[in-house]
Write a protein that binds this ligand. Structure first.
Ligand SMILES: Nc1ncnc2c1ncn2[C@@H]1O[C@H](COP(=O)(O)OP(=O)(O)OP(=O)(O)O)[C@@H](O)[C@H]1O
Ligand SMILES: [Mg+2]
Length: 543
């Protein structure tokens, strides 16, 4: 059902109800007052008529009564009049024949009248005695027609008003719905994306205000939408340039990454070379001591060999003379030869030579073994680890092997105090651990100017293996402690040290083995370096 129809129907129904209420109340009031007036008039007329007729009735003056009846009938609306005697006999009557012929029946209410005549009576009494009565009939047709007319007029006015109201409602509804249609069409246009829509505004009523508000809303919506489109396009642009920059950056990063990878490889190569050269430098420092070490046994091996050569020559001479003795048959000649042999034995001091020979051979052998050991140690130490892979190794064995190599350097001015605790084997890079230890031993030896003690100890402390190298040498000044692990920090003369020993050791212990190197030192009293190695009994162990 349309709004217009609803409005019309609503207003018409309310109007109809109100009008019906008004009309019915008015008509009721009209009827009531008219009926009351009629009843009053009838009663007054009857009473007056009775009073007028009283004397004529009492005197039985029929002629007067006749004239009274006629006189009373002059009253408008009076249909009939009758005067009755005490026994109910008619004294006089006049009026409508039909009405007079109808038996009298007194009416009290106008509504209950069926024959259009309101019948009433009044007693003729005197001194409390009734002498007769008058009966009259009043025509109520004109009254009823007046009321009917009023009813008809009211109905006509009501119908007219309802029509007018309906017409006005129709016009108003049409106007309203037309404006609403504009609004709904405009709203539909906006929802379908046409934000430029505007409603035509007429007049200055509330509808016009709504239209104004709607137009303002559409306008600001359009503005907002335009702004949003603008921002959206700016965002898209930003996004595109961001993507471009990201991809450009990504490319740059990929390039940088490959450069870094390359640099990393180069650094690793350089590190490996550095490690090797540091090792070689350590070996170089060792070389002087080693040369001296090898020179000693080699010296007496060579001098022993010269003596041995003399002894061999002597033996050859003796063997040749014995051979000659066996070949001689003549007893005289044999005797002479025998004396010669005896002389040679005395000359060569055979007894001493025999004893000395054993000693010389033993010393030569010992010297050769020592040289062999030194060479073996150097060879083992300078051997480059072919793989970077961790191996299960005995740290105490690393300490003793390294000490053997370093001992050539230490033994002349250092007393070695070795205290090795019981250690489980651990996964490590033994070649590199030995390099760290050698540097610590060499540093300790260099710190001791004249005579001193180097304590080397190992122990298992919780999940770590700890190796301490303590010396009672010169110590390290406080300000140098923080620089110890810097590459090329050295206090040694050119050729004596490169300053790489501790820097490389730090890389090996901290980076490769995830361990630590701790230093405590008092200047003038000595230094203690402690290498902490996390125990790694399994290769899969993350430490
Ligand atoms: N036990 C120590 N006592 C006193 N000073 C030490 C001790 N150990 C190291 N130093 C100081 O630390 C410096 C750096 O030692 P590092 O082992 O790194 O290099 P270097 O011994 O000088 O040279 P390289 O080891 O390369 O031959 C040494 O020059 C020395 O001054
Ligand atoms: Mg060093």
């Amino acid at each position: 059902m349309s709004l217009r129809l609803k409005t019309i129907l609503g207003i018409a129904i309310i109007e109809a109800i109100l009008l019906l209420l008004l009309i019915s109340m008015t008509l009721d009031y009209l009827r009531e007052t008219n009926y009351e007036g009629l009843i009053k008039r009838a009663s007054t007329t009857a009473t007056l008529f009775a009073t007028t007729s009283k004397n004529a009735v009492l005197s039985y003056d029929l002629a007067s009564l006749e004239s009274f009846v006629n006189e009373v009938l002059k009253n408008p609306d009076l249909v009939y009049a009758r005067v009755l005697g005490p026994g109910g006999q008619v004294f006089a009557e006049a009026g409508d024949k039909n009405a007079l012929a109808t038996p009298f029946h007194s009416d009290t209410e106008v509504e209950t009248v069926h024959d259009s005549i309101f019948d009433t009576f009044a007693d003729i009494s005197e001194g409390g005695e009734t002498y007769g009565r008058v009966e009259i009939g009043l025509d109520i047709k004109s009254l009823k027609s007046t009321i009917d007319e009023a009813q008809n007029k009211s109905a006509t006015i009501a119908a007219l008003e309802m029509s007018l109201v309906a017409l006005f409602s129709l016009i108003l509804g049409t106007y309203l719905t037309r404006q609403l249609k504009f609004l709904s069409a405009a709203a539909k246009s906006i929802s379908s994306g046409d934000l430029g829509v505007q409603i035509p505004v007429k007049g200055q009523d509330e509808i016009a205000e709504v239209a104004h508000a709607f137009n303002a809303m559409a306008f600001s919506l359009k503005e907002v939408s335009e702004r949003r489109d603008e921002v959206e396009s700016q965002l898209k642009e930003l996004n595109r340039s961001l993507e471009e920059r990201v991809s450009q950056r990504t490319e740059e990063l990929v390039l940088k990454n490959s450069e870094l990878e390359h640099a990393n490889r180069e650094i690793k190569d350089a590190q490996a070379k550095l490690l090797q050269s540091e090792k070689m430098a350590s070996v170089g420092v060792l070389a002087a001591g080693v040369a001296h070490e090898i020179n000693n046994p080699l010296g007496f091996v060579i001098s022993n060999l010269t003596t041995l050569e003399n002894y061999v020559n002597n033996y050859r001479v003796l063997v040749a003379e014995y051979q000659k003795l066996f070949e001689l048959k003549d007893s005289m000649a044999r005797k002479e030869q025998y004396l010669r042999i005896q002389q040679s034995i005395n000359d060569f001091d055979l007894e001493f030579m025999n004893e000395d020979l054993t000693e010389l051979l033993r010393d030569t052998q010992e010297g050769s073994v020592r040289v062999k050991d030194i060479v073996k140690g150097l060879k083992a130490f300078s051997h480059v680890d072919q793989s970077d892979e961790m191996q299960l190794a005995d740290i105490n064995e690393c300490i003793t092997t390294t000490l053997k190599v370093a001992n050539n350097e230490l033994k002349y001015h250092c007393q070695l105090d070795l205290q090795l605790g019981e250690l489980p084997k651990t996964y490590c890079l033994p070649g590199q651990i030995k390099q760290v230890l050698l540097n610590l031993f060499m540093n300790a030896s260099h710190a001791i100017q004249e005579k001193g003690v180097i304590n080397v100890s190992s122990s298992l402390e919780g999940d770590n293996i700890e190796i301490s190298v303590r010396d009672n040498g010169c110590g390290i000044p406080k300000e140098s402690i923080s620089k110890l692990f810097d590459p090329f920090f050295t206090t040694k003369q050119v050729g004596e040290g490169t300053g790489l020993g501790l820097a490389i050791s730090y890389g090996i212990i901290v980076d490769e083995h995830k361990g630590d190197i701790r230093v405590t030192s008092v200047e003038g009293e000595g230094t203690c370096f402690t290498v902490v190695l996390p125990l790694k009994p399994n290769l899969s162990d993350p430490t």
